[in-house]
Design a protein around this ligand. Structure first.
Ligand SMILES: O=C(O)CCC(=O)C(=O)O
Ligand SMILES: [Fe+2]
Length: 196
């Protein structure tokens, strides 16, 4: 137990470093200073979710994880070699084939919101498999999970102009989190509720 938790804390720290580097690169890609996304606390909350999918005797009748897009800003996902992860692209499901040693990085809904659709979150799901158990570790960078937080997110003003109007309204972080969990998976994406 002790050894396992040490490894997990070390993993979380390393993934956090990677996430911070990615947020710098994403800030620059938006034409902002490298620290912009960290300055507005896109990395404020880090949540590690370890998934275990038991082998399923009738995978065609079940689903591993239902269709959804991730709610936070950025996800760094590690999957094993079993496969089953799919993204919804151009109106069809596309396999994300496991690549040993590679992470999958997902844009989350809130990054779509603050980038005013500069970056898009992607819907994904995990199929049930009968070959063997599947394990994945999802690391989410999100926002204040504290329900009393007064942090507000809206499209970054440097990205707006007369030709680029805001596509989303100001969104209280705590409201957004409540809304995301209240609609559940398999629903339309949570940010559509905040669209102007
Ligand atoms: O297990 C996976 O590969 C994906 C899990 C996932 O989409 C999530 O935790 O949000
Ligand atoms: Fe996800």
């Amino acid at each position: 137990m002790f050894i396992c938790s040490n490894v997990l804390f070390e993993y979380a720290q390393q993934v956090k470093n990677l996430g911070n580097t990615l947020l710098e690169l994403l800030s620059e890609a938006l034409g902002l200073k490298p620290s912009h996304l960290a300055d507005i606390e896109c990395n404020q909350a880090q949540v590690l979710l370890c998934h275990y999918y038991p082998p399923c005797p009738q995978p065609e009748l079940a689903i591993g994880t239902s269709r959804h897009s991730d709610g936070g800003f950025l996800t760094i996902l590690l999957q094993d070699e079993i496969g089953g992860l799919q993204i919804f692209k151009e109106e069809r499901w596309v396999d994300v084939t496991p690549t040993p040693g590679a992470f999958i990085v997902n844009i989350g809904d809130l990054l779509q919101l603050i980038s005013n659709d500069g970056f898009r979150s992607v819907e994904h799901r995990v199929l049930a498999k009968n070959v063997a158990p599947r394990v994945s570790i999802a690391n989410f960078f999100g926002t204040h999970i504290d329900p009393t937080s007064t942090r507000i997110y809206s499209p970054i003003k440097e990205l707006l102009s007369d030709k680029k109007l805001p596509l989303y309204r100001e969104t209280l972080a705590s409201d957004y989190i409540k809304h995301y969990y209240s609609i559940g998976l398999d629903a339309k994406t949570a940010i559509s509720h905040y669209q102007l």
